[in-house]
Design a protein. Structure first.
Length: 317
């Protein structure tokens, strides 16, 4: 493993909870939930990242290198991110980079590497709580996971997570649990226009050149694990003009769920394929998985009205 000592040391450390972890950070993260604790699981520092990773077990690609214990990502005009041992992230920022972009890649790629190094799975899903448990919505980027969760929130459901959660096996209850990521939804401007969310949701733009905004949910955020009850895999069919929902068998469910591992390219590089197989297999056997399809131009109100009978009642909070 590469030996590396960060030469930078800041006096102020911010404390947060995110991805089920206590995090000390030298930079402020409005996206995370503030916390108070004595010992951190992860420390985020600003400093000089190594140019490359050394070792026979390192897999190298154009912008990213990884082994089971180390991860190095170079994002052009933003920053380099060095992650090691599931405990530390070094951010080597470009002088011209905007802080929103720096934090965004830290919360996505770098934190996914932390989760993998700590033997859990980052899973690409949004979710809401129902009376009978946690319901997750998964599918490719842009399919409508966040839009669906936001529309259900407006109908009384409580948000659990947006875009990503952490899956782990709880041996005590013999179930796969999900842990929410952090209390911010990432919403496209077109979605805000369609749903009619208040103007304050546009105050935090994720990146200067991208029409996508952070919608904070700190007051209602849940910071504990919940067993997964149901999963809906979202699809769009250009040839359909109506909605459909069908339960799928365990084999089909496994195939769909494993395709929705978050930052899936890290799996082979960080040598966690066996971990993914075991947790996704247990998840597919634990809960009913549905494939739900909508036309490409389906309105969100019509889609959610179709979806609601397939959900349990709103959880009492």
């Amino acid at each position: 493993m590469t030996e590396y000592i960060c030469p930078y040391k800041y006096l102020v450390m911010f404390q947060y909870w995110a991805f089920g972890l206590h995090i000390n950070s030298e930079i402020e993260f409005p996206e995370m939930l503030p916390g108070i604790f004595e010992e951190a699981d992860v420390t985020i520092k600003m400093g000089k990242a190594p140019e490359k990773l050394d070792g026979d077990n390192v897999t190298r690609k154009v912008k990213v290198s990884a082994s089971p214990d180390e991860y190095l990502l170079h994002v052009n005009k933003v920053a380099s991110y060095y992650v090691r041992n599931g405990k530390e992230i070094i951010i080597d920022a470009e002088a011209s980079a905007d802080m929103n972009s720096i934090r965004l890649f830290m919360l996505s790629n770098a934190m996914a590497a932390i989760v993998h190094q700590r033997s859990s799975i980052p899973f690409h899903a949004s979710g809401v709580l129902t009376k009978d448990g946690l319901v997750l919505f998964t599918g490719r980027s842009g399919i409508g996971k966040s839009t669906t969760a936001l529309a259900l929130m407006q109908r009384g459901y409580r948000l659990f997570t947006d875009d990503v959660c952490v899956l782990h096996y709880n041996e005590g209850i013999n179930k796969i649990e999900a842990v929410p990521s952090y209390p911010m939804m990432k919403i496209w401007e077109t979605t805000l226009d369609e749903i009619g969310t208040e103007e304050m949701a546009r105050s935090h733009k994720l990146r200067p050149e991208v029409p996508k905004y952070g919608f904070f949910q700190h007051e209602n955020f849940i910071n504990h694990a919940v067993p997964v009850s149901k999963i809906f895999c979202l699809k769009v069919d250009n040839l359909k003009n109506d909605f459909s929902c069908k339960a799928i068998n365990k084999f089909q469910a496994f195939n769909l769920l494993q395709q929705n591992s978050y930052r899936r390219g890290q799996v082979a590089m960080m040598q966690v394929a066996d971990l993914h197989f075991n947790i996704i297999s247990k998840l597919a056997n634990q809960c009913q998985v549905y494939e739900i399809t909508r036309p490409i131009d389906g309105q969100i109100d019509s889609f959610v009205n179709f979806l609601k009978p397939h959900l349990d009642d709103v959880a009492q909070t």
